[in-house]
Design a protein around this ligand. Structure first.
Ligand code: ADP
Ligand code: MG
Length: 613
């Protein structure tokens, strides 16, 4: 007997819903996009119980005639494209024709809609994919869709919904995104009967940002305006360098007014800040990228939150340059400066068999944005040395990075020889809440607190792994995480290695992964970032990475995410502890990514600077 069956529509829809409908916010996203596509000038989003009990979106868009209202719930039913050629230039937010079918298969949905020319409005009721009722109703021009009891028929997915507060946070974030992307549309957001956002039509992004974030936020932003129309126009706002975040949460990125989570754009944005913000610190941004429709493929992810550019590198350049220029006009950097290499790979040949690949050179230090330039040469050199330490990007190849010479500030301060470090290091205080200032018998030491802790943790994780006794912490509620197709491809390879370090991971439907436990010490909020980063690097370097390298890489990433951050005040005993532990590590002067941990300024050089010798 044959064994292959074609799945019934409602089963196929539920499967598709696994990818389109992750949580209430993803339902809201599809509904709001439909309203925008329908030409709405007013959109109201109402939720109850974090969107699980009710999620209702009303608009004053073009509405649907009765036949369309019924057809809209069929899989692959769309008014937005006709044939595959249309896929090459998609001007609407929707086009896959799966959202309504997917949503209706996992909730109780009521759609009421009216077109101007129609006699009566239509109300369609669907429960768990089954059409219950179609009848006349009253409704002004436009459409209201109420989605109740999300996942009522799929307990397994309902279990993965987070607390009401978390789901509400995601919904608020989503409404904020769309309100920013469409200043001309009025947005209202009502949570459990209370109005949380009410934004009247605004004339531009600045006015809309003001409505949503208030004057103070806006004051600190720099306007971005760059790129070119053939490849990508880049506009919006970025934060001034003093405004520092430790995650990308305040970055709102849009491509052709579609809200995206795009790593490439995020990276180019950070590159624009290179030499201005230390590694691991992120700017806030509202960035709009406009490209010709045929330059971008939006059909790479079921939830359409990822895009692919035809000329990826050119778009990356446009974003980076636009951001740099914005910083320059705010007086924070010089845009036209040529970047000269400081570190060359040839100087760093190691004993490893393979020749080290060329290492990305960090730019020359730029000290022009330091607020109070001091006349003192040494003071300036110290500033410069700090700048340089901050800009230094870890080279991509982990193994060859170990012995990179850090010679840019060579004139005045050096990475000390490990054997020259005595046990006699005394912390004096902190600089910028990021670097420990200390003395030893030879002079002054600056210790980067983040990388110092990274080194300590790296050694600890490697040791525990070698002894097979890593510790993990169970998460109360598993954290779910969506893999990109590329990440999904390496996930199965990487998962067992991660589990050695204390992760407990479970692959759910499709490309969703649940994190059930994380290594001890790793803050729960970091687990997801760490996984994403690792999956991306491993993907890029998969061919060459041996098991040991992979384990080093996991330990390094784990150490980086669990380590104390820069811009964090440390009590004297904490500094003491860091220094003591650092001195016991395998390599106290370099971090697992090859960055220097300690810089030394010799008493001799200080004396010279003061013309005492
Ligand atoms: P897609 O947006 O990809 O076309 P959907 O399943 O989201 O697919 O919607 C199916 C169709 O239903 C849309 O193409 C559109 O014609 C119609 N539709 C959905 N929501 C609305 C709305 N709010 N106003 C008018 N038409 C709508
Ligand atoms: Mg749609």
């Amino acid at each position: 007997m044959s064994k292959i069956r074609v799945l019934a529509d409602h089963v196929a829809n539920q499967i598709a819903a696994g990818e389109v409908v992750e949580r209430p916010a993803s339902v809201a996203k599809e509904l709001v996009e439909n309203s925008i596509d329908a030409g709405a000038t007013r959109i109201t989003i109402e939720i109850e119980a974090g969107g699980r009990r009710l999620l209702k979106v009303s608009d004053d868009g073009e509405g649907m005639v009765r036949d369309d209202a019924v057809l809209a719930f069929e899989r692959h039913a769309t008014s937005k494209i006709r044939d595959s050629e249309d896929l090459a230039a998609i001007g609407t937010l929707g086009f896959r024709g799966e959202a309504l079918a997917s949503i209706a298969s996992v909730a109780r949905v009521e759609l009421t809609t009216f077109v101007e020319s129609g006699k009566a409005a239509t109300r369609v009721t669907i429960d768990g994919g089954r059409m219950r009722d179609v009848k006349d109703a009253a409704h002004p021009r436009g459409t209201t869709i109420a989605v109740r009891d999300l996942f009522f028929n799929i307990p397994a997915r309902r279990k993965f919904l987070r607390s009401e507060a978390t789901e509400t946070y995601h919904l608020t974030n989503l409404v904020t995104h769309y309100a920013l992307a469409h200043p001309e549309i009025a947005f209202t957001f009502v949570n459990n009967g209370r109005e949380v956002v009410r934004a009247a039509p605004a004339k531009d992004l600045r006015e809309r940002a003001y409505q949503i974030f208030g004057a103070e936020f806006l004051e600190n932003l720099l306007e971005v305006n760059g790129g070119d129309a053939q490849v990508a126009r880049v506009s919006g706002f970025v934060s001034a360098p003093r405004d520092r975040r430790t995650s990308r949460d305040s970055q709102y990125l849009f491509v052709n007014r579609r809200f995206v989570r795009d790593r490439m754009i995020g990276r180019s944005l950070s590159e624009g800040y290179r030499s201005i913000l230390p590694y691991g610190v992120y700017p806030a941004a509202l960035l709009f990228i406009e490209t010709p429709l045929e330059e971008v493929d939006v059909n790479v992810h079921p939830a359409k939150t990822e895009v692919r550019f035809r000329r990826q590198a050119a778009v990356a350049d446009a974003v980076r340059e636009a951001v740099k220029n914005a910083l320059a006009s705010g007086g924070y950097a010089r845009p036209e400066e040529v970047e000269e290499p400081i570190i060359t790979a040839s100087a760093t040949a190691t004993a490893t068999a393979s020749a080290p690949p060329s290492i990305q050179a960090p730019p020359q230090p730029r000290i022009d944005f330091i607020p109070e330039p001091s006349g003192d040469e040494i003071a300036r050199d110290i500033e410069m040395m700090i700048q340089t330490a901050q800009q230094y990007q870890p080279p991509s190849d982990f193994q060859s990075a170990k012995s990179v010479a850090f010679n840019s500030a060579e004139k005045i301060a050096k990475v000390p020889e490990p054997e020259s470090l005595s046990q006699n290091i005394r912390p004096l205080g902190q600089l910028d809440e990021s670097f420990i200032i200390a003395t030893d018998d030879d002079g002054l030491l600056l210790i980067d607190q983040h990388v110092a802790h990274e080194r300590i943790l790296f050694d600890k994780y490697r040791a525990l792994e070698a002894e097979r006794r890593t510790e993990s912490q169970q998460l109360l509620v598993p954290e779910t995480f969506d893999l990109t197709p590329a990440q999904a491809a390496v996930f199965d390879d990487l998962a067992p290695e991660l589990e050695i370090y204390g992760f407990e991971l479970m692959r759910l439907s499709g490309r969703t992964v649940a994190i059930k436990a994380t290594p001890a010490d790793l803050p729960a909020g970091e687990a997801r970032n760490m996984l994403a980063e690792l999956l991306d690097t491993v993907d890029a370097e998969r061919k060459s990475s041996a098991r040991e390298t992979l384990r080093d890489e996991i330990a390094a990433s784990l150490a980086c995410h669990a380590a104390i951050k820069v811009n964090m005040p440390l009590a004297p005993e904490k500094m003491r502890w860091l220094i003591d532990r650092l001195l016991q590590t395998s390599s106290p002067t370099t971090c697992p990514h090859g960055r220097p941990v300690i810089l030394r300024l010799k008493t001799k050089d200080i004396l010279k600077g003061f013309h005492r010798i």
